[in-house]
Design a protein around this ligand. Sequence first.
Ligand SMILES: [Cu+2]
Length: 165
Amino acid sequence: MTVIHRLVSFAVATALGAAAITAQAHEFKIGKIAIGHPYARATVPGQPAGGGYLKLENQGDADRLLSATATVSSSVELHTMSMEGDVMRMRQVDAIALPAGQTVELKPGGLHIMFIGLKAPLKAGDTFPMKLKFEKAGEVTVDMKVEAPGKEAHGKGAHGKDMKH
Ligand SMILES: [Cu+2]
């Protein structure tokens, strides 16, 4: 084996190793904020909006998530979801507070990111970039993984016409 050959093998092995770790952990970091498993729910053709979820672990001082942007839809909003009587309601929020040393989870049925005016259905297995802007930590682009819908509240009907935004 020549020296070059060995170098190439090493580079390939390193690249594969790094890719494997990234794929498994699927976590991003900006400053003291770790962004865990960012994903979006797959949507069906004609569905006007989709939800995005992730975990924000703030290991530093208090911060706020100000916005999320992506090109898959005409707008992207930060939403909260709560029960008002028997009705699940979603409301846009200006920002999501990230208290010092705490983890805030955006998940179906609670805080979430909403892709409004989807240009095309979100297909399970696809990924797309999404930029997150934090008040203090700054901006970071994460890969959103599109996953097949589960049985959570945010799936079927959650963003249908009867949903009050
Ligand atoms: Cu929503």
